[in-house]
Ligand binder design. Sequence first.
Ligand SMILES: O=C(O)CCC(=O)C(=O)O
Length: 311
Amino acid sequence: MSETDIFHSKFGGPWYDSQDTQAVAARIAQVADRATRERLEHFIRWGYVVLENAVSHYAIDKYLARYHAAAANPNGLAMSVPFGPMSQPFEPEHTLVPGAKVLDTSLLFAEGDDLSFSLPLAMFLQELFSGPALAFQSLHFEVGSTQTVHQDTAYVVVEDQPLQLAASWIALEDVQPGSGELVYFAGGHRLPDFPYGGGDSKHFNFNRDGNDAHVAHLNYLASESSRQGYERRSFLPKKGDVLIWHADLPHGGGEITKPGVTRRSLVTHYCPAGLSPHYVQFLTPENQAKVKTPSGNFLVSMYYPASRLGT
Ligand SMILES: O=C(O)CCC(=O)C(=O)O
């Protein structure tokens, strides 16, 4: 692929977003493992792929034991809740509010590496990014988020290369119908861009763009996905199953029709290790450092210094 590639998005993209289907097919053909080739084809066609049983129950249980120990003694653990600031101190009862996210636990705990970088997941990311990945912004959910269907590129900004982004959604338990399952429009990653900032930006900035533009974006995703025939699907995984979504896949949290049912899950965002989330430049030097993990990939956190990551 070259500088002259035509991408689906006017903001460019990784190799798999090129419209040169022959070059993309040739790149996939270089992958030795057949299952990975098929997964790449699915990801490119539909904007997501499911890796069944990609994280062991043993690894999940170890991570959850660490999570519960930290919940009992939070030591600076950060979370966000829909009614509060982007980050606030961990409060156990807040974790049961739909939309509550405990922040960067999979980066903070050494046990997180076997989840966010489980072998099948890390192998797939390696192909997407043609090298090691940087994990950032992980979100631990105890219950469904009920978050409106959105595209991560509006909020999760990779510096200069907004499409060089993917995320994983790991089921930490068997997901029950009615618990607010993850929902998405299959194939919707190919919707035309909804640019902000007068057309120059892939991401939303409240001060620059205002709330109306944001609401218009969310409405666009729902209406245009159904107008173009992109099916709304929901994810009903077993513990250990993983869904990886494309930067632009419209996705969100479904309705909770069975209140009180947990929906334990972990989201991790990734970009190639050579790139960085936009916010990194505003962190202290200690927080900016990328920490290498045993899997050979990297971590960076907005909330915790490098010395605490992976410990
Ligand atoms: O897990 C969910 O309910 C939705 C998560 C989500 O949309 C996100 O993390 O971007």
